[in-house]
Design a protein around this ligand. Structure first.
Ligand code: 5RP
Length: 293
């Protein structure tokens, strides 16, 4: 028999409509709770942006400079990242399971730098992604590449599987051999992946017309850092990308190959989350670097 419950009417706040917080991330309003919750662990709900620390390069090029000993060089950077982007091999062997960081797991692979890079397959079972409690799965897509169709198929398959379990898919647009890295190419690549259901995109920054890439893409775009360049140039690139509509960075070499990686990731954070200007962020980099000496 139910317990007699004499709550006063005032406890029900009958005149107060139930609160419904809007989910602000671009293009994500209609997603389910689990998807949104995972995306909110990647994209800081206050700034709407993310600093993803990318160190998955070994999956096709082996121990890249700066990634020879991930336990020593990368783990100390993790507290300053919003998200770790990596492979399951490194996650299981090196990242402590007590880590609270959102994980974006590389789920395609199968080609090395010695062969045709676009010849990738799905390399992780969805069940393993669930087991590893990841916040998103990253799939390489080679628009214009030799195995374009196969890589798009990898992406749509993971989107379907991820949707079943509430795990978002990040489409990583790799540059095809004969395609120019310009806004026109990235508009095509990002829009195509978004139309096919990718929840967010990784692309490269281009100095001309990047704002048209972000405008035409209905979901968030983060930029890869690319090859190591001078610290000021990397901070300027990140700043411009953010001001032109990017929702963050997925940066690897320009952080872990910097002279002072701990200082660099904090400078990148300031640009991404606080709109810090590149010159100011460089000052921050230099002062943190001096303190670490
Ligand atoms: C490797 C990747 C990297 O995660 C991506 O390129 C970001 O790293 P970087 O800033 O060094 O370019 O996708 O395949």
């Amino acid at each position: 028999m139910p317990e007699a419950d004499d709550n006063e009417a005032k406890n029900f706040f009958v005149d107060v409509p139930q609160q419904a917080e809007a989910f602000q991330l671009k293009g994500s309003q209609s997603l389910d709770w689990g998807m949104k919750n995972r995306l909110a662990r990647i994209f800081n709900p206050v700034s709407g942006r993310t600093v993803m620390l990318a160190f998955d390069h070994g999956y096709f090029q082996g121990p890249t400079t700066g990634l020879e000993r991930i336990d020593i060089t990368i783990l100390p950077l993790a507290p300053y990242a919003d998200t770790l982007m990596l492979t399951r091999g490194i996650l299981r062997s090196i990242v402590p399971p007590s880590s609270q960081k959102a994980v974006v797991l590389r789920v395609t692979g199968g080609a090395s730098i010695l062969k045709e890079l676009s010849n990738e397959e799905i390399a992780v079972d969805i069940e393993d992604a669930i087991r590893l409690n990841v916040c998103a799965m990253a799939v390489q897509v080679f628009i214009g590449g030799e195995y374009e169709k196969q890589s798009i198929g990898n992406m749509t398959r993971m989107i379907d599987l991820g949707t079943r379990y509430g795990i978002p898919t990040l489409a990583v647009t790799a540059v095809g051999k004969d395609m120019k890295r310009d806004a026109r190419y990235f508009r095509l690549a990002t829009r195509l992946c978004a139309e096919l259901g990718a929840h967010y995109l990784k692309t490269y920054y281009v100095p001309e017309g990047f704002e048209t890439v972000t405008a035409a893409c209905p979901v968030p775009i983060v930029i890869a850092g690319g090859k190591k360049i001078a610290e000021l140039d990397a901070l300027t690139m990140a700043y411009r990308a953010i001001q032109e509509g990017a929702a963050g960075v997925d940066m690897g070499r320009n952080i872990f190959q910097a002279e002072a990686p701990l200082a660099m990731i904090q400078a990148v954070r300031a640009v991404v989350h606080q709109n810090e200007k590149p010159e100011k962020a460089l000052e921050l980099y230099r002062s943190l670097k001096n303190k670490q000496k």
